[in-house]
Design a protein around this ligand. Structure first.
Ligand code: NAI
Length: 405
């Protein structure tokens, strides 16, 4: 591969994993751009002193020794003007901040990648590019390639699980033709052999596939009847699911599938088919990491890629635990997930009683009213990424937002 300059925006778990993995690819120059609090300074200092390690659950360790590390961390946005590919590896509520920061500095040929994008990434990014007179190609991944957590900030990341496959969208605001095949090859090279990156037929389908449909149903099932009492230890998140969680997971996903079916009827020239059931999604994405594939519940309970991942909890003064509703499983996945899906479902006349039930519970925790009396209201861009906040008032505008998709 010829010299490729990559910038990774962000400083959380995913940024740690991707910086470690992509910087080991030959002829690739990776810089992390991190403007959050003092992360850039902390990460750089640790990197210089202690190097960087990726730890896999099978015991494999990929190490970059101190003095031989292959990437650096900066808070200087100037790095963008030299970048061929700019990855946003942050929760969706930080996308706008990074997009506004980087867009004026983007080279004409640079590719902007939401990793993952979450619902609405493409039109948010497209709108900000257009406002700046730019027309860069946009890519959005349906989910992060790995389940990962940093174990020592700036120094060590644990890859808990690697997905088998991940879908992405690829669009261009003005329809110019990026060579899709070569871009897919580049993406695959940077991520490594797994997961296999696959191109989705169109961006609206990828929006429906974006995986903000997993955390809220599990949170709701576990905590909807919570009495406020503290727990001795944090419960397992994925591996702790029961039939109630499965009912809500399937319920949300079935409403998304119904939306895709309605879109197929209205736009037969586009392909919205094949959105998998929840159970099939886990089987396709985790493969043999799942010991018992017989039911949705068993797919989650016996998935080694989810080992040890707990519900987000806060510690009380007496050392016990209460749920943390300020975690991204709520504050990201509702405004950048379920309410976006709900507005698209509304546009094609699909009822979403299960999504409504979960959003009506979660919105109290977020402090923003999305749904009142069963109806979705208008919400400002700063609170959610619904199509109407971007001037996308109906389904025809949504489907034709990009000239190429
Ligand atoms: P994270 O929670 O570790 O990200 C936190 C980081 O985001 C912060 O350290 C900071 O660098 C940045 N950030 C947060 N608020 C910011 C703000 N207001 N302004 C600027 N920067 C800000 O998230 P993580 O785990 O890295 O996930 C990244 C994305 O991948 C999320 O969308 C997440 O839902 C998704 N994902 C993560 C998985 C995982 O195992 N970590 C698995 C599947 C998806």
């Amino acid at each position: 591969m010829e010299g490729l300059t990559v910038t990774i925006c962000g400083g959380g778990n995913g940024a740690h994993a991707f910086a470690g993995i992509s910087s080991l690819v030959e002829n690739t120059h990776v810089t992390v751009l991190d403007i959050f609090e003092d992360e850039a300074e902390r990460w750089n200092a640790t990197l210089v002193k202690n190097g960087f390690r990726i730890k896999y659950r099978n015991g494999e360790v990929r190490e970059q020794r101190p003095g031989e590390t292959k990437f650096s961390v900066t808070r200087d946005v100037g790095v963008i003007s030299r970048s061929d590919m700019v990855f946003l590896v942050v929760p969706a509520y930080a996308h706008e901040t990074y997009l506004k920061l980087i867009t004026p500095h983007l080279k004409e040929t640079a590719i902007v990648i939401g990793m993952p994008g979450h619902a609405g990434f493409e039109y948010q990014c497209g709108s900000i590019l257009r406002e700046n007179g730019k027309s860069n190609t946009i890519v959005a991944l349906e989910t992060l390639p790995w389940a990962c957590r940093y174990t020592k900030y700036g120094e060590e990341v644990d890859i808990v699980g690697t997905k088998e496959e991940v879908y992405c969208s690829m669009v261009n605001p003005e329809g110019s033709t990026t060579k899709k095949d070569s871009l897919m090859t580049l993406l695959q090279t940077l991520i490594g052999p797994k997961p296999v990156v696959k191109l989705c037929e169109n961006y609206v389908k990828l929006t429906l596939m974006a995986k903000s449909t997993i955390h809220p149903p599990i949170m709701y099932a576990r905590w909807k009847d919570w009495d406020g009492g503290s727990l001795e230890s944090p419960p397992l998140f994925y591996q702790g699911v029961d039939e109630t969680a499965a009912k809500y997971l399937d319920g949300v996903n079935n409403e998304v599938i119904a939306t895709a079916e309605r879109l197929s009827q209205k736009f037969p020239q586009h392909d919205f088919s094949g959105i998998p059931t929840m159970q099939d999604w886990f089987i396709h994405h985790y493969g043999d990491q799942i010991a018992d594939k017989s039911t949705l519940v068993s797919c989650l309970k016996t998935n080694s890629g989810y080992e040890g991942l707990n519900h987000p909890m806060s510690k009380t003064k007496d050392g016990k635990y209460v749920p943390d509703f300020g975690y991204r499983y709520i504050v990201e996945d509702i405004p950048y997930g379920l309410v976006v899906l709900k507005q698209i479902a509304d546009m094609v006349g699909v009822d979403t009683p299960v999504i409504n039930e979960i959003v009506e519970w979660a919105q109290e925790k977020i402090g923003v009213i999305f749904i009142q009396d069963g109806r979705l209201g208008d919400v400002e861009r700063e609170h959610a990424r619904m199509p109407k906040a971007y001037g996308i008032d109906n389904i025809d505008i949504l489907v034709s937002f990009f000239k190429s998709s």
